[in-house]
Ligand binder design. Structure first.
Ligand SMILES: C[S@@+](CC[C@H](N)C(=O)[O-])C[C@H]1O[C@@H](n2cnc3c(N)ncnc32)[C@H](O)[C@@H]1O
Length: 241
C-alpha cells in the first residue's frame, strides 16, 4: 500500500504527520470541506446516518470523527451513546465546541485515541462509521482489524471515502480538479499548503470500489457492498460482522 505522507521533507511517521497536519488545519477544516465538495459532503453523511439508523444501534462509534460532523448527524438516530474518536486534539477541540453549542455533550463523547489501537473492549459497538478517515490510517489493515474487534457480531460498519470516477469525461474532469483546483483552494484558504496537496494525492491512489470491498472481506467483514456517490467521487461501503 502506498505511503503518501503530508510532508515530503519530514522524517516523522505518517501517523505523526497526519496528526500534525490535522492539528494545523483544524480551524479551517469545516469551511474548506464545504468549498471543496460544493456542500455535497453533508448529503453523503446523511446517507451514512440513514444506513446506520436501519440497525437501531444503541452504541455507535465514529472513528476519525475530526470536527464531529458525522457524530453530530448520528445523534438523529435513536442511539443512546455516540463516541467520536480521533488522533488530532485540534480537530476534537473544534468538534467539542460544536457539540456543546448543540446541547449534545451528554450523548456524544469525544475521545483522543488511535484507531489502530482503541481503548475499547471487544464487541462493544452496534455500529461503527468512518468518514474520510481510512485513507489517512498509517496501516489500513491494522485499523480495519481493530474496527472488526470492537464491532459487535451482527453490527454494521459504514465507510464514506473519496473514490475516483471511472467514466469519461468525469474521470478527466476529476483529475483536473484534484491535481490543479484542490491544491489551489488549499493554498488560498489554508495555512498548510502541503495539506491539500496530500489530500488529493492520497485520494488518487487509495483503493476504492471492489478493491476496498476485497480488503474488507480479507479482514473478515461480511455482507460487503459499495454504493458510489455523485459520479463516483465518493463511495459508501456497508458491511457487517
Ligand atoms: C479528513 S478528516 C475527516 C473528519 C470527519 N470524519 C469528516 O467527515 O469530516 C480525517 C480525520 O482522520 C483522523 N485520523 C487520521 N488517522 C487517524 C488514526 N490513526 N486514528 C484516529 N483518527 C485518525 C485525522 O486526525 C482527521 O481528523
Amino acid at each position: 500500500m502506498s505511503k503518501i505522507k503530508p510532508y515530503k521533507d519530514s522524517d516523522l511517521s505518517k501517523k505523526e504527520q497526519v496528526t500534525k497536519m490535522f492539528d494545523t488545519i483544524s480551524g479551517d477544516y469545516d469551511g474548506l470541506n464545504r468549498v471543496i465538495s460544493f456542500g455535497i459532503d453533508i448529503k453523503w453523511r446523511k446517507k451514512v446516518v440513514n444506513l446506520v439508523a436501519t440497525q437501531q444501534p444503541k452504541m455507535v462509534l465514529d472513528i476519525a470523527t475530526g470536527t464531529g460532523d458525522l457524530a453530530i448527524a448520528l445523534a438523529d438516530t435513536n442511539a443512546e451513546k455516540i463516541v467520536g474518536l480521533d488522533i488530532s486534539s485540534g480537530m476534537l477541540e473544534i468538534g467539542k465546541q460544536k457539540i456543546n453549542k448543540k446541547g449534545l455533550s451528554t450523548k456524544i463523547d469525544m475521545v483522543l485515541a488511535d484507531s489502530e489501537n482503541m481503548p475499547f473492549e471487544d464487541n462493544t459497538f452496534d455500529a461503527i462509521t468512518v468518514a474520510f478517515g481510512v485513507r489517512n490510517f498509517e496501516n489500513l489493515k491494522n485499523g480495519l482489524t481493530e474496527i472488526l474487534r470492537v464491532l459487535k457480531p451482527g453490527g454494521i460498519f459504514v465507510i464514506l471515502e473519496t473514490s475516483v470516477p471511472t467514466k469519461t469525461p468525469f474521470k478527466q474532469g476529476y483529475n483536473f480538479y484534484s491535481k490543479h483546483v484542490l491544491p489551489l483552494i488549499g493554498r488560498i484558504f489554508s495555512k498548510d499548503r502541503s495539506a491539500y496537496q496530500y489530500l488529493s494525492e492520497s485520494a488518487s491512489v487509495f483503493p476504492y470500489g471492489e478493491a476496498l470491498n476485497n480488503i474488507l472481506r480479507e479482514i473478515g467483514f461480511i455482507n460487503v457492498e459499495d454504493f458510489p456517490q455523485t459520479l463516483g467521487v465518493a463511495t459508501i461501503y456497508k458491511s457487517s460482522k
